[in-house]
Design a protein around this ligand. Sequence first.
Ligand code: HEC
Length: 150
Amino acid sequence: MSEAFTKSMARNIFYGGAFFFLLLFLALTFDTINALPKLDNRAALESPVGPQIAKGKHLWEVNNCIGCHTLLGEGAYFAPELGNVYKRYGSNLDAVKGRIKGLISLPAEGIPMRRMPRFKFTDEEIAALAEFLKYASEINTSGWPPNDQG
Ligand code: HEC
C-alpha cells in the first residue's frame, strides 16, 4: 500500500519538527536577549543616583520588605505592591519619602494590626529607599501590574 505511514516518514517528521522548533527557540532567545537591556532601566544604575539606588536595594533586602510587600509581583501579599508606588504618588520622590516617614513614625499611619514596622531609618536611608522604588517603577514591565493600585 503506497499510502502507508512508513518509518522513514515518521523519522522525517521528527527531525523536521525538532529542527523547526530548535530554530524557533533560538530566534526567540535572541529576541529576548536583545530586548532586555532596553527594558531593565540600567541607565538609572549608571547615573549619579546609581549608588543611592544600590543602597536602597541593600536596605530593601536586609529589612525584608518583601516579607510583607510585593515588588513587580514577587513577594508577600500582606502589604501593597511597591513596584509602582512611585507612580501612585504622582511620580514625586518627596511624596514617597513623606509616606515612608509617616508609616514608620509615632503614631504610625495605617490600619491598626496592619501597619509597617517602625523602622529606625535616617533621612538618608529613606531617600535611598525612595530612589530604589523610583528605579523599580521605571523598569519597563510591559504594563504590569495593570493598574496603579496593583
Ligand atoms: C511587617 C510588614 C511590613 C514590612 C516588613 C514592610 N512593610 Fe511597608 N507596609 C506595610 C503595610 C501593612 C503597609 C500599608 C499601610 C497602610 O496603607 O495602612 C505598608 C505600606 C508601605 C508603603 C506605602 C504604600 C502605599 O501604597 O501607600 C511603602 C512605600 C512601604 N510600605 C515601604 C516599605 C519598605 C521600603 C519596607 C522595607 C524597609 C517595608 N515597607 C517593609 C507592611 C510592611
